[in-house]
Design a protein around this ligand. Sequence first.
Ligand SMILES: *Cc1c(COP(=O)(O)O)cnc(C)c1O
Length: 339
Amino acid sequence: MIIDLRSDTVTKPTKGMLDAMMTAKVGDDVYKEDPTVNALEARIADMFGMEKALFFPTGTMANQTALKLHTNPGDQVICDSNSHIYHYEGGGASFNCGISCKLLQGSGGMFTAKQVEEAINPPDFYHSPLTSLVEIENTANRGGGSCWDFNEIKKIRKVCDTHSLGLHLDGARLWNALIAKNESPKDYGQVFDSISVCLSKGLGCPVGSVLVGNEAVMQKAIRIRKILGGGMRQVGYLAAAGLYALDNNLERLASDHKKAKEIESVLSKLAIVKHVQTVETNIIIFELQQQAHEAQFLKALDDNNIKLIGMGNGKLRIVTHLDYTNAMHDKFLDVLSHL
Ligand SMILES: *Cc1c(COP(=O)(O)O)cnc(C)c1O
């Protein structure tokens, strides 16, 4: 039994999901003729109370498309210094969109409306890049799966309105935030211009992300997706997994969160652990007393078939997910407490 806690992307489709995939009705999605993709897009648009949704192979491509929709080359996006679009999209903001990132030093991957206000370049000061977009990540991955305060998001929306800026949400793990905080996707649909959500993280699909927004913003999304190489054909097989996941794997995220809390509690009592970031969802980020002990610590776990990941700077990450069973949880806690 291998206990893989590196990421919530390691899950494999369950029998129920595979059955849904195998029996999906499909068509050529580039002609918008795949009924299952169309159904998934309609369902997600409806969940968020927005006009249009588009299926993507990856969250990175959905985010990159959003960046492109909201900016012109030379522009600047305001985002957290820990954001996925800055750290983990291969420099796509500059490669695909020709834009730069204005990095905010937030807390737990989250920043304030005041910080946004201060980071906006005056539009008539032509020496500086033109600020055109603000990007938020919820939950914040490098922030340790932290959840935003919705009131702060509303304040940021106001700042964006005052300065005519777009507001994009990287909601790869928004599902976790919605469940953890009992929030409604429709509220998010009202404040953001575009939202990307992943099906391949906590929801347990093998592939897929969706970008959602209103017609005016999404008009060119399909063209940009095509340019990025994301126009796919009979992908109803994959969209079917998404529909299945929304029916079956959304509410259960609460159990991933509960397990993560229990891991936090055991970790924070270990002598070798210096600090555990407060756990709100399915991600646990922690530091050892001595960075030099990291390899030894990971090896001791690996000897017990337990895999986790280093994030650099002495930080380690654990992510709970659909394939992390109760039996694995019991074993992991047992191994941890005997380290
Ligand atoms: C996983 C993730 C994405 C998308 O990543 P892909 O691997 O391209 O699907 C985007 N943002 C965040 C915060 C993520 O964790």
